[in-house]
Design a protein around this ligand. Structure first.
Ligand SMILES: Nc1ncnc2c1ncn2[C@@H]1O[C@H](COP(=O)(O)OP(=O)(O)OP(=O)(O)O)[C@@H](O)[C@H]1O
Length: 572
Protein backbone atom coordinates (compact mmCIF):
# COMPACT_ATOMS: atom_id res chain seq x y z
CA UNK A 1 0.00 0.00 0.00
CA UNK A 2 2.89 2.35 0.82
CA UNK A 3 4.44 1.71 -2.60
CA UNK A 4 1.09 2.46 -4.16
CA UNK A 5 0.80 5.65 -2.14
CA UNK A 6 4.22 6.84 -3.25
CA UNK A 7 3.48 6.13 -6.89
CA UNK A 8 1.30 9.26 -6.84
CA UNK A 9 4.40 11.36 -6.12
CA UNK A 10 5.99 10.32 -9.41
CA UNK A 11 4.75 13.19 -11.61
CA UNK A 12 5.77 15.70 -8.95
CA UNK A 13 9.28 14.59 -8.10
CA UNK A 14 10.62 18.14 -8.64
CA UNK A 15 8.12 19.60 -6.16
CA UNK A 16 8.75 16.80 -3.70
CA UNK A 17 12.50 17.30 -3.66
CA UNK A 18 12.18 21.08 -3.52
CA UNK A 19 10.04 21.05 -0.40
CA UNK A 20 12.00 18.14 1.04
CA UNK A 21 15.39 19.86 0.67
CA UNK A 22 13.96 23.15 1.98
CA UNK A 23 12.65 21.45 5.06
CA UNK A 24 16.00 19.70 5.64
CA UNK A 25 17.82 23.06 5.42
CA UNK A 26 15.26 24.59 7.80
CA UNK A 27 15.93 21.74 10.25
CA UNK A 28 19.70 22.08 10.01
CA UNK A 29 19.59 25.85 10.45
CA UNK A 30 17.38 25.38 13.52
CA UNK A 31 20.04 23.08 14.95
CA UNK A 32 22.76 25.64 14.34
CA UNK A 33 21.14 28.19 16.66
CA UNK A 34 21.97 26.47 20.00
CA UNK A 35 25.53 25.87 18.77
CA UNK A 36 25.98 29.53 17.89
CA UNK A 37 24.63 30.57 21.31
CA UNK A 38 27.06 28.13 22.91
CA UNK A 39 30.03 29.73 21.09
CA UNK A 40 28.67 33.19 21.76
CA UNK A 41 28.56 32.76 25.54
CA UNK A 42 31.81 30.82 25.87
CA UNK A 43 34.02 32.78 23.46
CA UNK A 44 32.57 36.10 22.32
CA UNK A 45 31.10 37.24 25.65
CA UNK A 46 34.35 36.90 27.71
CA UNK A 47 36.33 38.77 24.96
CA UNK A 48 33.86 41.70 24.97
CA UNK A 49 34.77 42.37 21.31
CA UNK A 50 31.82 44.41 19.95
CA UNK A 51 32.99 44.12 16.36
CA UNK A 52 32.93 40.33 16.49
CA UNK A 53 29.61 40.35 18.37
CA UNK A 54 28.16 42.59 15.64
CA UNK A 55 29.30 40.21 12.88
CA UNK A 56 28.00 37.20 14.76
CA UNK A 57 24.57 38.87 15.19
CA UNK A 58 24.54 39.82 11.50
CA UNK A 59 25.32 36.18 10.65
CA UNK A 60 22.41 35.06 12.83
CA UNK A 61 20.11 37.58 11.13
CA UNK A 62 21.04 36.16 7.72
CA UNK A 63 20.34 32.64 9.00
CA UNK A 64 16.90 33.75 10.22
CA UNK A 65 16.07 35.49 6.95
CA UNK A 66 17.04 32.44 4.91
CA UNK A 67 15.07 30.26 7.27
CA UNK A 68 11.92 32.37 7.06
CA UNK A 69 12.08 32.37 3.24
CA UNK A 70 12.56 28.59 3.20
CA UNK A 71 9.59 28.18 5.56
CA UNK A 72 7.41 29.91 2.97
CA UNK A 73 8.74 27.73 0.15
CA UNK A 74 8.28 24.63 2.25
CA UNK A 75 4.70 25.45 3.29
CA UNK A 76 3.44 26.70 -0.09
CA UNK A 77 5.19 24.28 -2.46
CA UNK A 78 4.79 21.40 -0.05
CA UNK A 79 1.04 21.93 0.08
CA UNK A 80 0.99 22.37 -3.68
CA UNK A 81 2.42 18.86 -3.88
CA UNK A 82 -0.32 17.55 -1.56
CA UNK A 83 -3.06 19.36 -3.48
CA UNK A 84 -1.77 18.07 -6.84
CA UNK A 85 -1.80 14.50 -5.56
CA UNK A 86 -5.28 14.97 -4.09
CA UNK A 87 -6.57 16.42 -7.40
CA UNK A 88 -5.08 13.54 -9.42
CA UNK A 89 -6.54 10.95 -7.07
CA UNK A 90 -9.97 12.56 -7.15
CA UNK A 91 -9.95 12.68 -10.95
CA UNK A 92 -8.87 9.05 -11.15
CA UNK A 93 -11.58 8.01 -8.71
CA UNK A 94 -14.26 9.98 -10.55
CA UNK A 95 -13.22 8.42 -13.88
CA UNK A 96 -13.34 4.99 -12.29
CA UNK A 97 -16.75 5.54 -10.67
CA UNK A 98 -18.13 6.46 -14.12
CA UNK A 99 -17.03 3.05 -15.41
CA UNK A 100 -18.89 1.10 -12.73
CA UNK A 101 -22.08 -0.62 -13.75
CA UNK A 102 -25.71 -0.17 -12.73
CA UNK A 103 -25.35 -3.20 -10.45
CA UNK A 104 -22.68 -1.40 -8.42
CA UNK A 105 -24.78 1.74 -7.98
CA UNK A 106 -27.86 -0.34 -7.09
CA UNK A 107 -26.00 -1.40 -3.96
CA UNK A 108 -24.34 1.91 -3.08
CA UNK A 109 -25.35 4.94 -1.13
CA UNK A 110 -24.66 8.24 -2.87
CA UNK A 111 -23.63 9.93 0.41
CA UNK A 112 -20.83 7.39 0.96
CA UNK A 113 -19.53 8.03 -2.54
CA UNK A 114 -19.59 11.80 -2.06
CA UNK A 115 -17.76 11.34 1.23
CA UNK A 116 -15.05 9.37 -0.54
CA UNK A 117 -14.65 11.95 -3.26
CA UNK A 118 -14.43 14.87 -0.84
CA UNK A 119 -13.33 14.27 2.76
CA UNK A 120 -11.28 11.14 2.23
CA UNK A 121 -9.26 12.79 -0.48
CA UNK A 122 -8.72 15.95 1.53
CA UNK A 123 -7.21 13.91 4.36
CA UNK A 124 -5.07 11.92 1.92
CA UNK A 125 -3.78 15.20 0.45
CA UNK A 126 -2.78 16.39 3.92
CA UNK A 127 -0.98 13.13 4.57
CA UNK A 128 0.68 13.23 1.16
CA UNK A 129 2.24 16.57 2.04
CA UNK A 130 2.99 16.15 5.74
CA UNK A 131 3.47 12.39 6.14
CA UNK A 132 6.78 11.40 4.55
CA UNK A 133 8.46 14.76 5.02
CA UNK A 134 7.52 15.27 8.61
CA UNK A 135 8.51 11.78 9.64
CA UNK A 136 11.82 11.99 7.78
CA UNK A 137 12.63 15.47 9.05
CA UNK A 138 11.59 14.48 12.56
CA UNK A 139 13.96 11.51 12.52
CA UNK A 140 16.75 13.61 11.01
CA UNK A 141 16.30 16.36 13.59
CA UNK A 142 16.18 13.83 16.41
CA UNK A 143 19.44 12.27 15.23
CA UNK A 144 21.08 15.64 14.57
CA UNK A 145 20.11 16.96 18.00
CA UNK A 146 21.36 13.81 19.64
CA UNK A 147 24.75 14.05 17.90
CA UNK A 148 25.18 17.71 18.89
CA UNK A 149 24.09 16.94 22.44
CA UNK A 150 26.69 14.18 22.59
CA UNK A 151 29.26 16.65 21.26
CA UNK A 152 28.39 19.18 24.00
CA UNK A 153 28.09 16.79 26.94
CA UNK A 154 27.89 13.00 26.70
CA UNK A 155 26.44 12.21 30.14
CA UNK A 156 23.73 14.89 29.92
CA UNK A 157 22.87 13.70 26.40
CA UNK A 158 22.49 10.08 27.52
CA UNK A 159 20.30 11.14 30.45
CA UNK A 160 18.08 13.14 28.08
CA UNK A 161 17.67 10.19 25.76
CA UNK A 162 16.45 7.98 28.56
CA UNK A 163 13.19 9.93 28.34
CA UNK A 164 12.70 9.29 24.60
CA UNK A 165 11.26 5.75 24.75
CA UNK A 166 8.52 6.95 27.13
CA UNK A 167 7.52 9.72 24.73
CA UNK A 168 7.58 7.37 21.72
CA UNK A 169 5.57 4.66 23.50
CA UNK A 170 3.01 7.31 24.34
CA UNK A 171 2.85 8.35 20.69
CA UNK A 172 2.26 4.79 19.51
CA UNK A 173 -0.46 4.24 22.11
CA UNK A 174 -2.35 7.37 21.06
CA UNK A 175 -1.86 6.56 17.38
CA UNK A 176 -3.67 3.26 17.78
CA UNK A 177 -6.55 4.87 19.61
CA UNK A 178 -6.79 7.58 16.95
CA UNK A 179 -6.88 5.00 14.12
CA UNK A 180 -9.91 3.31 15.67
CA UNK A 181 -11.70 6.59 16.28
CA UNK A 182 -10.91 7.88 12.77
CA UNK A 183 -12.46 4.80 11.21
CA UNK A 184 -15.66 5.34 13.19
CA UNK A 185 -15.59 9.02 12.30
CA UNK A 186 -15.46 8.26 8.60
CA UNK A 187 -18.25 5.72 8.72
CA UNK A 188 -20.33 8.29 10.51
CA UNK A 189 -19.43 10.96 7.99
CA UNK A 190 -20.76 8.68 5.20
CA UNK A 191 -24.06 8.14 7.06
CA UNK A 192 -24.21 11.87 7.53
CA UNK A 193 -23.92 12.54 3.82
CA UNK A 194 -26.44 9.79 3.04
CA UNK A 195 -29.00 11.27 5.36
CA UNK A 196 -28.55 14.78 3.97
CA UNK A 197 -28.58 13.52 0.38
CA UNK A 198 -31.70 11.43 0.84
CA UNK A 199 -33.67 13.99 2.87
CA UNK A 200 -32.82 17.01 0.74
CA UNK A 201 -33.17 14.96 -2.48
CA UNK A 202 -36.55 13.70 -1.33
CA UNK A 203 -37.67 16.94 0.33
CA UNK A 204 -40.89 17.02 -1.70
CA UNK A 205 -41.88 13.58 -0.44
CA UNK A 206 -40.90 14.56 3.11
CA UNK A 207 -43.14 17.61 2.92
CA UNK A 208 -45.98 15.83 1.14
CA UNK A 209 -46.16 13.35 4.02
CA UNK A 210 -45.58 16.05 6.63
CA UNK A 211 -42.63 14.06 7.95
CA UNK A 212 -40.27 16.98 8.62
CA UNK A 213 -40.25 16.26 12.34
CA UNK A 214 -39.40 12.59 11.78
CA UNK A 215 -36.52 13.56 9.46
CA UNK A 216 -35.28 16.13 11.98
CA UNK A 217 -35.26 13.46 14.69
CA UNK A 218 -33.37 11.00 12.47
CA UNK A 219 -30.85 13.67 11.60
CA UNK A 220 -30.55 14.67 15.24
CA UNK A 221 -29.55 11.08 16.16
CA UNK A 222 -26.84 10.92 13.46
CA UNK A 223 -25.68 14.43 14.22
CA UNK A 224 -25.31 13.63 17.94
CA UNK A 225 -23.50 10.37 17.16
CA UNK A 226 -21.10 12.25 14.90
CA UNK A 227 -20.55 14.86 17.62
CA UNK A 228 -19.81 12.12 20.16
CA UNK A 229 -17.18 10.45 17.98
CA UNK A 230 -15.64 13.77 17.01
CA UNK A 231 -15.42 14.71 20.69
CA UNK A 232 -13.80 11.35 21.40
CA UNK A 233 -11.15 12.05 18.79
CA UNK A 234 -10.42 15.50 20.23
CA UNK A 235 -10.28 13.97 23.69
CA UNK A 236 -7.54 11.63 22.47
CA UNK A 237 -5.71 14.53 20.82
CA UNK A 238 -6.12 16.55 24.04
CA UNK A 239 -4.76 13.75 26.26
CA UNK A 240 -1.89 13.22 23.89
CA UNK A 241 -0.96 16.90 23.77
CA UNK A 242 -1.26 17.51 27.48
CA UNK A 243 0.61 14.35 28.57
CA UNK A 244 3.35 14.96 25.99
CA UNK A 245 3.59 18.62 27.05
CA UNK A 246 3.94 17.64 30.69
CA UNK A 247 6.58 15.04 29.95
CA UNK A 248 8.55 17.46 27.81
CA UNK A 249 8.51 20.19 30.46
CA UNK A 250 9.46 17.65 33.14
CA UNK A 251 12.36 16.64 30.94
CA UNK A 252 13.51 20.27 30.71
CA UNK A 253 13.27 20.56 34.49
CA UNK A 254 15.26 17.37 34.80
CA UNK A 255 17.92 18.69 32.40
CA UNK A 256 18.02 22.03 34.25
CA UNK A 257 18.64 20.28 37.56
CA UNK A 258 21.22 17.77 36.26
CA UNK A 259 22.87 20.43 34.03
CA UNK A 260 23.22 22.80 37.01
CA UNK A 261 24.91 20.01 38.92
CA UNK A 262 27.39 19.47 36.04
CA UNK A 263 28.00 23.26 35.84
CA UNK A 264 28.77 23.38 39.60
CA UNK A 265 31.12 20.40 39.11
CA UNK A 266 32.74 22.47 36.30
CA UNK A 267 32.04 19.56 33.95
CA UNK A 268 30.22 21.80 31.40
CA UNK A 269 30.65 25.45 30.40
CA UNK A 270 27.90 28.07 30.83
CA UNK A 271 27.60 28.34 27.03
CA UNK A 272 27.45 24.56 26.70
CA UNK A 273 24.71 24.42 29.35
CA UNK A 274 22.54 27.16 27.74
CA UNK A 275 23.11 25.60 24.29
CA UNK A 276 22.05 22.24 25.69
CA UNK A 277 18.82 23.61 27.17
CA UNK A 278 18.04 25.29 23.83
CA UNK A 279 18.75 22.00 22.06
CA UNK A 280 16.24 20.27 24.32
CA UNK A 281 13.60 22.58 22.87
CA UNK A 282 14.72 21.70 19.34
CA UNK A 283 14.56 18.03 20.30
CA UNK A 284 10.92 18.32 21.27
CA UNK A 285 9.91 19.88 17.98
CA UNK A 286 10.29 16.61 16.03
CA UNK A 287 8.33 14.87 18.76
CA UNK A 288 5.55 17.44 18.36
CA UNK A 289 5.76 16.89 14.59
CA UNK A 290 5.41 13.17 15.04
CA UNK A 291 2.40 13.87 17.26
CA UNK A 292 0.87 15.98 14.50
CA UNK A 293 1.45 13.18 12.00
CA UNK A 294 -0.12 10.80 14.50
CA UNK A 295 -3.22 12.98 14.31
CA UNK A 296 -3.37 13.12 10.50
CA UNK A 297 -1.87 9.70 9.64
CA UNK A 298 -4.82 7.47 10.70
CA UNK A 299 -7.30 9.72 8.92
CA UNK A 300 -5.22 9.77 5.74
CA UNK A 301 -4.52 6.05 5.81
CA UNK A 302 -8.17 5.17 6.51
CA UNK A 303 -9.10 7.43 3.58
CA UNK A 304 -6.45 5.89 1.33
CA UNK A 305 -7.65 2.37 2.16
CA UNK A 306 -11.20 3.29 1.21
CA UNK A 307 -9.88 5.04 -1.89
CA UNK A 308 -7.95 1.96 -3.09
CA UNK A 309 -10.90 -0.29 -2.23
CA UNK A 310 -13.15 1.70 -4.54
CA UNK A 311 -10.47 1.99 -7.21
CA UNK A 312 -9.97 -1.78 -7.11
CA UNK A 313 -13.67 -2.49 -7.62
CA UNK A 314 -13.62 -4.07 -11.04
CA UNK A 315 -16.44 -2.80 -13.25
CA UNK A 316 -18.51 -5.97 -13.77
CA UNK A 317 -19.30 -4.84 -17.29
CA UNK A 318 -16.12 -3.92 -19.12
CA UNK A 319 -15.11 -3.75 -22.77
CA UNK A 320 -13.19 -6.75 -24.09
CA UNK A 321 -9.65 -5.83 -25.17
CA UNK A 322 -10.64 -6.46 -28.81
CA UNK A 323 -14.13 -4.92 -28.54
CA UNK A 324 -15.25 -3.30 -31.78
CA UNK A 325 -16.76 0.15 -32.15
CA UNK A 326 -20.11 -0.07 -33.95
CA UNK A 327 -21.75 2.55 -36.13
CA UNK A 328 -24.93 2.80 -38.16
CA UNK A 329 -26.52 -0.40 -36.88
CA UNK A 330 -29.59 -1.62 -38.77
CA UNK A 331 -31.37 -2.67 -35.59
CA UNK A 332 -31.81 -6.41 -36.12
CA UNK A 333 -32.06 -7.53 -32.49
CA UNK A 334 -31.99 -11.14 -31.23
CA UNK A 335 -32.35 -12.36 -27.67
CA UNK A 336 -31.05 -15.95 -27.76
CA UNK A 337 -31.80 -18.20 -24.77
CA UNK A 338 -31.29 -15.26 -22.42
CA UNK A 339 -31.47 -15.84 -18.68
CA UNK A 340 -30.92 -13.11 -16.16
CA UNK A 341 -31.15 -12.48 -12.44
CA UNK A 342 -30.25 -9.35 -10.46
CA UNK A 343 -28.79 -11.35 -7.60
CA UNK A 344 -28.72 -14.94 -6.39
CA UNK A 345 -32.48 -14.81 -6.06
CA UNK A 346 -34.89 -16.30 -8.61
CA UNK A 347 -34.14 -15.34 -12.24
CA UNK A 348 -36.22 -12.56 -13.76
CA UNK A 349 -35.73 -13.99 -17.27
CA UNK A 350 -35.31 -17.66 -18.09
CA UNK A 351 -34.44 -18.92 -21.58
CA UNK A 352 -35.93 -15.84 -23.21
CA UNK A 353 -35.95 -15.75 -27.02
CA UNK A 354 -37.01 -12.92 -29.28
CA UNK A 355 -36.12 -11.63 -32.73
CA UNK A 356 -36.88 -8.05 -33.72
CA UNK A 357 -36.59 -6.93 -37.34
CA UNK A 358 -34.94 -3.61 -38.30
CA UNK A 359 -37.49 -0.79 -38.14
CA UNK A 360 -40.04 -2.90 -36.26
CA UNK A 361 -41.97 -1.45 -33.29
CA UNK A 362 -42.37 -3.94 -30.47
CA UNK A 363 -44.50 -3.27 -27.42
CA UNK A 364 -44.07 -5.25 -24.20
CA UNK A 365 -47.17 -5.66 -22.07
CA UNK A 366 -47.90 -7.71 -18.99
CA UNK A 367 -48.37 -7.54 -15.25
CA UNK A 368 -46.04 -5.43 -13.11
CA UNK A 369 -42.69 -6.96 -12.13
CA UNK A 370 -42.58 -9.50 -14.96
CA UNK A 371 -39.36 -8.12 -16.42
CA UNK A 372 -40.37 -5.74 -19.23
CA UNK A 373 -37.93 -3.05 -18.11
CA UNK A 374 -35.28 -5.70 -17.48
CA UNK A 375 -35.52 -7.01 -21.08
CA UNK A 376 -34.86 -3.49 -22.33
CA UNK A 377 -32.07 -2.76 -19.80
CA UNK A 378 -30.09 -5.73 -21.08
CA UNK A 379 -29.90 -4.32 -24.61
CA UNK A 380 -27.60 -1.33 -23.83
CA UNK A 381 -25.71 -3.66 -21.44
CA UNK A 382 -26.76 -1.81 -18.31
CA UNK A 383 -26.80 -5.33 -16.86
CA UNK A 384 -25.04 -8.41 -18.24
CA UNK A 385 -27.02 -11.50 -19.25
CA UNK A 386 -26.40 -14.46 -16.95
CA UNK A 387 -26.80 -16.97 -19.78
CA UNK A 388 -27.40 -16.80 -23.52
CA UNK A 389 -26.63 -13.80 -25.67
CA UNK A 390 -28.07 -10.72 -27.29
CA UNK A 391 -27.01 -9.74 -30.80
CA UNK A 392 -27.60 -6.67 -32.89
CA UNK A 393 -27.02 -7.14 -36.64
CA UNK A 394 -25.58 -10.57 -35.72
CA UNK A 395 -22.86 -9.09 -33.48
CA UNK A 396 -22.90 -10.12 -29.81
CA UNK A 397 -23.32 -6.91 -27.80
CA UNK A 398 -20.50 -8.11 -25.49
CA UNK A 399 -18.13 -7.81 -28.46
CA UNK A 400 -19.01 -4.15 -29.01
CA UNK A 401 -17.49 -1.13 -27.32
CA UNK A 402 -20.04 -0.08 -24.71
CA UNK A 403 -20.01 3.62 -25.59
CA UNK A 404 -20.52 2.91 -29.28
CA UNK A 405 -23.35 0.48 -28.51
CA UNK A 406 -25.07 3.03 -26.28
CA UNK A 407 -24.66 5.70 -28.94
CA UNK A 408 -26.86 3.53 -31.15
CA UNK A 409 -29.67 3.38 -28.60
CA UNK A 410 -31.93 6.21 -27.49
CA UNK A 411 -33.90 5.88 -24.27
CA UNK A 412 -36.91 7.88 -23.13
CA UNK A 413 -37.78 6.96 -19.58
CA UNK A 414 -41.03 7.69 -17.81
CA UNK A 415 -39.04 9.10 -14.89
CA UNK A 416 -37.17 11.80 -16.81
CA UNK A 417 -33.94 13.06 -15.26
CA UNK A 418 -33.01 16.60 -16.23
CA UNK A 419 -29.79 18.32 -15.19
CA UNK A 420 -30.03 21.59 -13.27
CA UNK A 421 -29.09 23.72 -16.32
CA UNK A 422 -31.08 25.35 -19.11
CA UNK A 423 -33.47 23.76 -21.62
CA UNK A 424 -30.76 24.18 -24.27
CA UNK A 425 -28.16 22.36 -22.16
CA UNK A 426 -30.57 19.55 -21.40
CA UNK A 427 -31.48 19.02 -25.05
CA UNK A 428 -27.88 19.22 -26.20
CA UNK A 429 -26.98 16.43 -23.75
CA UNK A 430 -28.19 14.18 -26.58
CA UNK A 431 -25.25 15.34 -28.73
CA UNK A 432 -22.83 17.54 -26.86
CA UNK A 433 -21.50 19.57 -29.78
CA UNK A 434 -24.75 19.99 -31.68
CA UNK A 435 -25.28 23.32 -33.45
CA UNK A 436 -27.96 25.79 -32.43
CA UNK A 437 -29.94 24.91 -35.52
CA UNK A 438 -29.86 21.19 -34.74
CA UNK A 439 -31.02 21.88 -31.17
CA UNK A 440 -33.94 23.96 -32.44
CA UNK A 441 -34.89 21.29 -34.98
CA UNK A 442 -34.92 18.65 -32.24
CA UNK A 443 -37.04 20.96 -30.05
CA UNK A 444 -39.47 21.44 -32.95
CA UNK A 445 -39.79 17.68 -33.57
CA UNK A 446 -40.49 17.19 -29.86
CA UNK A 447 -43.25 19.88 -30.02
CA UNK A 448 -41.38 22.16 -27.66
CA UNK A 449 -41.32 25.35 -29.72
CA UNK A 450 -44.50 26.88 -28.26
CA UNK A 451 -43.33 26.21 -24.71
CA UNK A 452 -39.88 27.69 -25.36
CA UNK A 453 -41.36 30.85 -26.91
CA UNK A 454 -43.73 31.31 -23.98
CA UNK A 455 -40.87 31.40 -21.45
CA UNK A 456 -39.19 34.78 -20.66
CA UNK A 457 -35.70 33.33 -21.13
CA UNK A 458 -36.75 31.04 -23.98
CA UNK A 459 -34.46 28.09 -24.60
CA UNK A 460 -32.07 29.44 -21.95
CA UNK A 461 -34.62 29.06 -19.16
CA UNK A 462 -33.20 27.29 -16.11
CA UNK A 463 -35.18 24.11 -15.46
CA UNK A 464 -34.27 23.78 -11.74
CA UNK A 465 -32.80 20.73 -10.05
CA UNK A 466 -34.01 17.59 -11.84
CA UNK A 467 -36.27 19.90 -13.88
CA UNK A 468 -38.59 20.81 -10.99
CA UNK A 469 -39.69 24.02 -12.71
CA UNK A 470 -41.27 22.08 -15.57
CA UNK A 471 -44.35 19.89 -15.75
CA UNK A 472 -44.11 16.12 -16.28
CA UNK A 473 -45.21 16.44 -19.91
CA UNK A 474 -42.71 19.24 -20.61
CA UNK A 475 -39.86 17.24 -19.09
CA UNK A 476 -40.81 14.26 -21.19
CA UNK A 477 -40.75 16.34 -24.38
CA UNK A 478 -37.25 17.60 -23.50
CA UNK A 479 -36.19 13.96 -23.08
CA UNK A 480 -37.68 13.21 -26.51
CA UNK A 481 -35.86 16.20 -28.05
CA UNK A 482 -32.61 14.86 -26.61
CA UNK A 483 -33.12 11.56 -28.41
CA UNK A 484 -34.08 13.32 -31.67
CA UNK A 485 -30.74 15.08 -31.45
CA UNK A 486 -28.94 11.83 -30.73
CA UNK A 487 -30.68 10.24 -33.72
CA UNK A 488 -30.01 6.56 -32.89
CA UNK A 489 -31.28 3.63 -35.00
CA UNK A 490 -32.71 1.84 -31.93
CA UNK A 491 -35.16 3.26 -29.42
CA UNK A 492 -36.36 2.20 -25.98
CA UNK A 493 -39.48 3.99 -24.81
CA UNK A 494 -40.66 3.56 -21.26
CA UNK A 495 -44.19 4.85 -21.55
CA UNK A 496 -45.55 7.33 -19.04
CA UNK A 497 -48.04 5.72 -16.67
CA UNK A 498 -49.41 8.95 -15.31
CA UNK A 499 -52.50 10.22 -17.06
CA UNK A 500 -51.49 13.40 -18.83
CA UNK A 501 -54.16 15.78 -20.05
CA UNK A 502 -55.43 14.88 -23.49
CA UNK A 503 -53.72 17.71 -25.36
CA UNK A 504 -50.33 16.94 -23.77
CA UNK A 505 -50.76 13.24 -24.32
CA UNK A 506 -51.55 13.79 -27.99
CA UNK A 507 -48.54 16.08 -28.32
CA UNK A 508 -46.23 13.54 -26.65
CA UNK A 509 -47.67 10.62 -28.60
CA UNK A 510 -47.20 12.51 -31.86
CA UNK A 511 -43.62 13.33 -30.91
CA UNK A 512 -42.95 9.71 -29.97
CA UNK A 513 -44.50 8.35 -33.19
CA UNK A 514 -42.36 10.72 -35.18
CA UNK A 515 -39.29 9.67 -33.19
CA UNK A 516 -40.02 6.00 -33.78
CA UNK A 517 -40.26 6.40 -37.56
CA UNK A 518 -37.58 4.36 -39.33
CA UNK A 519 -36.08 3.07 -36.06
CA UNK A 520 -36.26 -0.29 -34.31
CA UNK A 521 -38.38 0.54 -31.29
CA UNK A 522 -38.98 -1.30 -28.02
CA UNK A 523 -41.89 0.14 -26.06
CA UNK A 524 -42.58 -0.75 -22.43
CA UNK A 525 -46.31 -0.25 -22.52
CA UNK A 526 -48.47 0.60 -19.57
CA UNK A 527 -51.44 2.10 -21.38
CA UNK A 528 -52.64 -0.30 -24.02
CA UNK A 529 -54.51 2.43 -25.93
CA UNK A 530 -51.19 3.90 -27.10
CA UNK A 531 -49.68 0.77 -28.60
CA UNK A 532 -52.43 -0.54 -30.81
CA UNK A 533 -50.45 0.44 -33.88
CA UNK A 534 -47.30 -1.40 -32.78
CA UNK A 535 -46.08 -3.96 -35.36
CA UNK A 536 -46.03 -6.61 -32.68
CA UNK A 537 -47.22 -6.76 -29.10
CA UNK A 538 -45.37 -9.16 -26.79
CA UNK A 539 -47.29 -10.29 -23.74
CA UNK A 540 -45.04 -11.43 -20.89
CA UNK A 541 -45.73 -12.90 -17.51
CA UNK A 542 -43.43 -14.50 -14.92
CA UNK A 543 -42.82 -17.47 -17.26
CA UNK A 544 -41.70 -15.34 -20.21
CA UNK A 545 -43.50 -14.64 -23.49
CA UNK A 546 -47.01 -16.07 -23.50
CA UNK A 547 -48.53 -14.36 -26.54
CA UNK A 548 -47.38 -12.21 -29.39
CA UNK A 549 -48.89 -10.64 -32.46
CA UNK A 550 -50.64 -7.52 -33.73
CA UNK A 551 -53.38 -5.87 -31.65
CA UNK A 552 -56.31 -7.29 -33.60
CA UNK A 553 -54.77 -10.77 -33.73
CA UNK A 554 -54.28 -10.84 -29.98
CA UNK A 555 -57.77 -9.58 -29.25
CA UNK A 556 -59.16 -12.33 -31.48
CA UNK A 557 -57.15 -14.92 -29.49
CA UNK A 558 -59.07 -13.95 -26.36
CA UNK A 559 -56.09 -14.71 -24.18
CA UNK A 560 -54.14 -12.66 -21.65
CA UNK A 561 -53.94 -9.54 -23.86
CA UNK A 562 -57.68 -9.65 -24.35
CA UNK A 563 -58.14 -9.76 -20.57
CA UNK A 564 -55.69 -6.92 -19.94
CA UNK A 565 -57.19 -4.78 -22.68
CA UNK A 566 -60.73 -5.17 -21.40
CA UNK A 567 -59.70 -4.63 -17.81
CA UNK A 568 -58.13 -1.28 -18.79
CA UNK A 569 -60.97 -0.42 -21.11
CA UNK A 570 -63.51 -0.95 -18.30
CA UNK A 571 -61.42 1.14 -15.90
CA UNK A 572 -61.38 3.99 -18.38
N1 LIG B 1 -32.00 -3.07 -9.94
C1 LIG B 1 -32.66 -4.14 -9.49
N2 LIG B 1 -32.10 -4.93 -8.55
C2 LIG B 1 -32.76 -6.02 -8.10
N3 LIG B 1 -33.98 -6.41 -8.54
C3 LIG B 1 -34.57 -5.68 -9.47
C4 LIG B 1 -33.95 -4.50 -9.99
N4 LIG B 1 -34.79 -3.95 -10.92
C5 LIG B 1 -35.87 -4.75 -10.96
N5 LIG B 1 -35.75 -5.77 -10.10
C6 LIG B 1 -36.71 -6.88 -9.91
O1 LIG B 1 -36.85 -7.56 -11.15
C7 LIG B 1 -38.18 -7.90 -11.41
C8 LIG B 1 -38.59 -7.35 -12.78
O2 LIG B 1 -38.59 -5.94 -12.71
P1 LIG B 1 -38.89 -5.03 -13.99
O3 LIG B 1 -38.71 -3.61 -13.56
O4 LIG B 1 -38.12 -5.50 -15.14
O5 LIG B 1 -40.44 -5.35 -14.22
P2 LIG B 1 -41.49 -4.61 -15.15
O6 LIG B 1 -42.25 -5.69 -15.84
O7 LIG B 1 -40.84 -3.59 -16.00
O8 LIG B 1 -42.42 -3.92 -14.06
P3 LIG B 1 -43.33 -2.61 -14.18
O9 LIG B 1 -44.38 -2.90 -15.19
O10 LIG B 1 -43.92 -2.48 -12.81
O11 LIG B 1 -42.43 -1.48 -14.55
C9 LIG B 1 -39.00 -7.34 -10.27
O12 LIG B 1 -39.29 -8.40 -9.40
C10 LIG B 1 -38.08 -6.33 -9.57
O13 LIG B 1 -38.29 -6.33 -8.20
Amino acid sequence: MIRRFFSYYKPYQGLFWLSFICSIIVGVLELSFPLIVNQFIDHLLPQGNWKLIFWACLGLLVVYLINSFLQYVFVYWGHKLGINIETDMRQKLFDHVQKLSFRYFDNQKTGQLISRLTNDLFEIGELAHHGPEDIFIAIMTLLGTFIIMLYIHVKLALLTFLIMPILLALGIYFNQRMTRTSRKLYEQMGSFHNQIESTIGGIRVVKAFGNEEHETKEFHTINRRFRKIKLQSYQIIGYNLSVSYLLMRLSILFILVSGTWFVIQKDISYGGFVGFVLLTNVLFRPIEKINAVIESYPKGIAGFKRYTELLDTEPDIADKPDAIPVEHLQGNIRYEHVSFSYSDSAPVLHDFNLTIQPGETIAFVGPSGTGKTTICSLLPRFYEVTQGRITIDRIDIRDMKQTSLRQQIGIVQQDVYLFAGTIRENISYGRLHASDEEIWTAAKHAQLTDLIHSLPDGIDTIVGERGVKLSGGQKQRIAIARVFLKNPPILILDEATSALDTATEVAIQEALNKLAQGRTTLVIAHRLATIQKADRIIVVDHNGIIEQGAHEELLAKKGMYHQLYHAQFQMN
